[in-house]
Design a protein around this ligand. Sequence first.
Ligand SMILES: [Zn+2]
Length: 524
Amino acid sequence: MNAPKLRLAFARINQETNALSPVKTTVADFESVHWFKGDELLAMCAPTAMEVPSMFKNAELSGFVQAMQRMPDVELVPLMSAWATPSGPLTRSCFEALCDDLCGRLAGAGQLDGLYLSLHGAMGVDGMDDPEGEIVRRVRATLAEHGQESLPLVVSYDLHGNLTRAVAEGVDALVAYATNPHRDHRRCGARAGRILYDTVLKRARPTTAWRSLPMLLGGGTTLDFWPPLLSIFRRMRKLERRGEVLSASLLTCHPWNKNPETGWSVVVVTDGDQDKAERLADELAEAAWATRHVLPPTFVSAQDAVARAKNARLRRKLGAVVLADASDVVSAGAPGENTELLRVLVEQGQGMLCYVPLRDPALVEELWDAPLGARRCVAIGGKLDPSRTRPLEAEVTVLSKTQAHGVDRALVLGIGTVRACVVEGVALAMRPAFFSTLGLDPWKADVIVVKNFFPFRMFFLPLARLTMYVRTSGVTDFDAAFQLRFAGPVHPKDPIDDWHEADRRRHALPFAPPDSSAREPRAA
Ligand SMILES: [Zn+2]
């Protein structure tokens, strides 16, 4: 007779939200990118399938599913998965729809042995400070209604997640990506799966210590393979490889987060050893805190960037000059409609073939029925967040029209040698394929504008001969985050020398200076 199988359920709710963006995220934004359920979701997690269409072939859920399919005694129970492109806060009704789908499917899943939840950690919702904490609370409440309140629950986070007490204390274990730009979604899901599996079988007893630092920026570029964070990531991988911990994570947070308790954090999960978890969490927190004065690089102005691009003749001939609009990074939740680079390229970049992506659904609607070759005077961009950018008035020629997943309807508009790539949906311009989908050959371009911080560098590696980060003005300016509300002083907005007070406040523990012999022991 076969032994009963372990029933392990899995689900995802993922969006990185920029609290400063006025562009709300709705149910339609999830439905147009990724919202799948049940057996269809399970099939999408196969090695050869596309888990998140046009974004990830194999992400966390694939990693989890494929790791668990190697176990002889696991029955996978696919619940639901929803992922939207980064943008402004979710409407309350969107959040409720996501939670209802998750909790409804959880309630209908029957008796389970474990649950894996893939969350982002920097989701924002209108009128809510800690949406992930609320998801965990509702999941626990649903489980309790069905007599499964202590079901093992493992959660994974993006490296930019903001760890809160509700999540740290509401889950059995939390693991996060260990790469920036993120390249280990699948490994992260597999790790979550192994911890869950061992916990269900009582072969492991996940024991967590976490620290939260009052720190928004630091760590230089925050790349995992570059100083100053390289040594911290190496140390964490070594601890995992040697089996000293089940997992060790550094979360560098998403600075444009609405939660007043936002900052970097460290999570260490050991197998039943609270003292070791606390010691390692302190060690890693100190190491992360020590990098706080290495701030991100400063960026050039649009005028300087275009002038340098004009001078880089040979590099343009051999490939392209890539300009990252660092103030309008769509993959960090910006609207993707800033016109500053477009304006400077139109005025000063004529003669260079320039591709400039922009989101402007109203303009796409206005010009969609115009014939190819039509000339029109229009206002481009600057409509979604008029407080930070303004439309560019220009005479354009309609050069092409496309409809594609993610961008929805898209137009290429010619302004001299500049090609404005105007999309109705999200202007997630970080791969050469964004432009080729619109009928533009990236190899022919002199200048390509992207709305992205890091991942584009991998995708543009063969093509980019010179890359510049350009500051225009927008919701992904690092100092724009300083406008948000914080529960206490936060580096580098405020002078602050000691992280322990914020950490203990976030743990809801009384504060005593760290060097005081009277310091209270942490609650286990
Ligand atoms: Zn991230």
